[in-house]
Design a binder for this molecule. Structure first.
Ligand code: EPZ
Length: 438
């Protein structure tokens, strides 16, 4: 089993280049399904979720041509959605973003079929707002047996006004994609405002769509009959950048986090400044450093432009070593504290009650063998291991590799003592060995 082995305790120094945004890529790739032509996508992150999305489209007949590791040409001219193989459904069950296929298939073919999505386990992850929006656009949507079936009643979706009951990134994305080729005008109220929502809108517009207002809480779309090919470069990943900023906060040192949009990081930068971390903004980088002691603070995660929920585990890992008591409140997900048990193995003093984690800072954490419980939980235990005294082994790193390109290489370039090893599972990890009766 592949693991990270981290000898913690060193400050980080140097420059790290941020890759393209995962949550933009996993929305834009299915959206390309609607383009009759070649989409050239640049600044794609080399992560397993992108690979999974591309493999799904390939099963549908899309042609993928890699120009270089972060640039590809995707041709969906001849895709079809009949008789899709079981191997494809194994992939759609793996990731959350597979449900964007529904919006894209409806927009292209007037009908759609896919499995319920997978993704990180934060408790209940309903899709009622997706169903509400697609139904309002004139689709009949059936969710049963682990599959989602949808069909435009008149053969083509019709624009309308939709008010989302909950701010939802996924529902905003799915409805935007479907509405891009619907007949007439669609207004979506109470939408998500994340940077990757704006990136999707810009991608759709570069392919001939007419999407306005992304980044505000109202998006207006005039449907077009077809989308044409084009070139689009994705924005940098806000959460990858925030994770490296958190690592510097935890370890100390000074790092230039490059190829970012500082505006997207403001919520993270201001919180780190409260914690006695210095953050200076350049045009396309932030310089993060910490020399003095960390300061405790309180955090509440919110939809953008609030403090991002996808940075909650990482900031908790940093606050474990901030003297005093910090309170972190999870404002988006029902249950996003599974990683706390792993941090406690490293000596963290954290008490979780409902949506709040009460963190009593300790002098330092101590290395231990821990698991990545999900993508950002895995990032949190890496941040903790980088700062801890001693050796930390991180298991189940496949979660982390869903969303972080070359994490080990990027951290090694900053002076971290981290490496990836392939080690057989320890028997205790699986419980007592049961000898086969022969
Ligand atoms: C996206 O998930 C991201 N994933 C998540 O990032 C992120 O945590 C989340 O947005 C919030 O920013 C991708 O973009 C692939 P939501 P999504 O719909 O779309 C409720 C990562 O680490 N809700 O914005 O699934 C829901 O239960 C991942 O990169 C409904 O009630 O999140 C939650 O409480 C983890 N009904 C809230 O809304 C719905 O129909 C926000 O969910 C949909 C959502």
């Amino acid at each position: 089993m592949e693991k990270y082995v981290i000898h913690g305790g060193q400050p980080l120094h140097g420059r790290v280049e941020i890759s393209g945004a995962k949550n933009a890529a996993v929305a834009i790739i299915p959206a390309a399904l609607m383009v009759r032509g070649v989409c050239r996508l640049e600044n794609l992150p080399q992560i397993s979720d992108v690979d999974t999305q591309l493999r799904i489209l390939t099963y549908m007949g899309a042609k993928v041509k890699m120009i270089n590791p972060s640039t590809m040409e995707l041709d969906c001219t001849n895709v079809q959605i009949d008789n899709l193989p079981e191997e494809m459904w194994e992939l759609t069950r793996r990731i959350r973003a597979s449900y964007y296929l529904i919006g894209a298939m409806l927009g292209r073919f007037g009908e759609a079929y896919s499995t319920m999505p997978g993704g990180c386990n934060f408790g209940v992850r309903p899709i009622d707002q997706h169903v509400k929006g697609l139904t309002a656009l004139g689709a009949e949507v059936d969710v049963s047996g682990g599959f989602i079936n949808a069909r435009a009643k008149t053969g083509r979706l019709k624009g309308t006004t939709i008010y989302l009951d909950k701010v939802s990134v996924g529902a905003t994305v799915n409805i935007m994609i479907a509405a891009a080729t619907a007949e007439g005008r669609t207004v979506i109220e109470n939408v998500a405002r994340e940077p990757h929502i704006v990136d999707l809108a810009n991608f759709l517009n570069s392919m001939g769509a007419d999407v306005r207002g992304a980044g505000t809480d109202v998006i207006k779309i005039r449907g077009v009959k077809h989308l044409h090919g084009g070139t689009y470069a994705l924005i940098p990943d806000q959460i990858e950048a925030g994770t490296y900023m958190a690592a510097v906060a935890a370890c100390g040192g000074s790092v230039q986090v490059a190829n970012v949009i500082p505006k997207h990081l403001e919520c993270i930068s201001s919180k780190l400044r409260e914690m006695n971390v210095q953050v200076e903004e350049g045009d396309d980088f932030v310089l993060v450093s910490r020399e003095g002691m960390l300061r405790h603070t309180n955090v509440k995660t919110m939809p953008y432009p609030g403090f991002p929920t996808d940075m909650q585990p990482q900031i908790c890992a940093v606050l474990c070593c901030a003297p005093g008591v910090s309170v972190v409140t999870e404002g988006v997900w029902d249950s996003r504290y599974k990683y706390v048990a792993e941090l406690k193995k490293m000596g963290a003093q954290i008490q979780v009650e409902d949506q709040a984690a009460f963190i009593q800072g300790v002098g330092h954490l101590t290395g231990a063998t821990v698991k990545a419980c999900d993508l950002r939980a895995g990032a949190a235990v890496v941040v903790a291991g980088l700062a801890a005294h001693g050796v930390t082994k991180v298991e189940d790193i496949f979660y982390i590799e869903r969303g972080y390109e070359n994490l080990v290489g990027k951290l090694q370039a900053l002076g971290a003592d981290i490496r990836c090893i392939d080690e057989p599972e320890t028997p205790s990890a699986r419980g007592p060995v049961r000898w086969a009766v022969i």
